[in-house]
Design a protein around this ligand. Sequence first.
Ligand SMILES: N[C@@H](CCC(=O)N[C@@H](CS)C(=O)NCC(=O)O)C(=O)O
Length: 194
Amino acid sequence: MLSIAMKLLGSTTSPFARRLRIFLADEAYEFINLDIFAEKDRDLLTKNNPAQKIPTLIDGEQCIYDSRVIYRYLASKYQQTALTWSQENLLTLIDAANDSLVSMLVLQRSEIDTDKDSLFFNLQRERVEQVFSALDKEVRQGSFNDWNYLTICLFCLLDWAEFRNLAQWQHFSELKVLHQKYSSRAEVKRTDPR
Ligand SMILES: N[C@@H](CCC(=O)N[C@@H](CS)C(=O)NCC(=O)O)C(=O)O
């Protein structure tokens, strides 16, 4: 029986999809680039994930939603060690900033002025700044010394925030060094959304 190839539903611009595309750089899988706001692609997305979010992984009969769960699935499939609790917390920080910035982008696309001084926008800006500050300290303390999934996630957040011009992190010197250090990797360049 032919085995069904692994497929990742994503988009070339999604930072959540990019982390998995980089992680899967040396694996055999098909990347399906969706325009998630276009009707045809939306149908395919909804059929596979009623939450209508990317990334979504299809591995044979198994469909997995959410980058965090997809990573757990892949780490188990490729027999990689699970994230430690500290790494899980760092991933929560990265995801919190990423989610806030995705919300801000969708609001901007809904023609809402996100520069306004109002509670929702202020909360997102404050969260993102606090997360960047905490991550900058963690980089200094060595938590991101290896090019592993966690570092990939941080890189994708920083690079996407810059690409979409959603938040400034360049004044954090450790984040800046980390971003520069990994920008020239082949799998990073291959997945550059610009
Ligand atoms: N927690 C999710 C977040 C994924 C996410 O927010 N993806 C965005 C694209 S970058 C999305 O699908 N947005 C669709 C929408 O908000 O309607 C994960 O880690 O996979």
